[in-house]
Write a protein of this length. Structure first.
Length: 115
């Protein structure tokens, strides 16, 4: 965490499309986020997020980004987020908060119980 105890020093947003990008942009405007790393599969979407100042950095290396995170936001399709939970479980610190913006929770909860 950064100097402010309520602001994560590093937030990783997995999926910087409409929902993930909007969340990151709003968090930055509110001063609620420190450094933001955007993670995704599409270099084009990542570059747009970087150009618009929504994120500070972009990468396709999910594991490396998660190792730096104080907060991880899963903002990809549900099936992708289910897969990302295993990576989050193995790559994030024990103090990292992992959350999602998926509309369907059961698959995520079932996977979270396994990891």
């Amino acid at each position: 965490m950064s100097g402010k105890t309520d602001v994560p020093a590093c937030t990783v947003v997995c999926g910087v499309g409409l929902i993930g990008g909007s969340l990151a942009a709003a968090g930055r405007r509110a001063g609620a986020l420190g450094r933001v790393i955007g993670v995704g599969r599409s270099r084009a979407n990542l570059d747009v997020a970087l150009e618009r100042g929504i994120v500070d950095e972009v990468t396709t290396d999910v594991a490396a980004a998660m190792r730096e995170a104080d907060l991880v936001v899963l903002a990809a399709p549900v099936d992708t987020c289910v897969e990302l939970l295993a990576t989050a479980a193995s790559e994030t610190s024990q103090t990292c908060v992992v959350t999602d913006v998926c509309s369907v929770k059961l698959p995520l909860c079932e996977r979270a119980a396994q990891v």
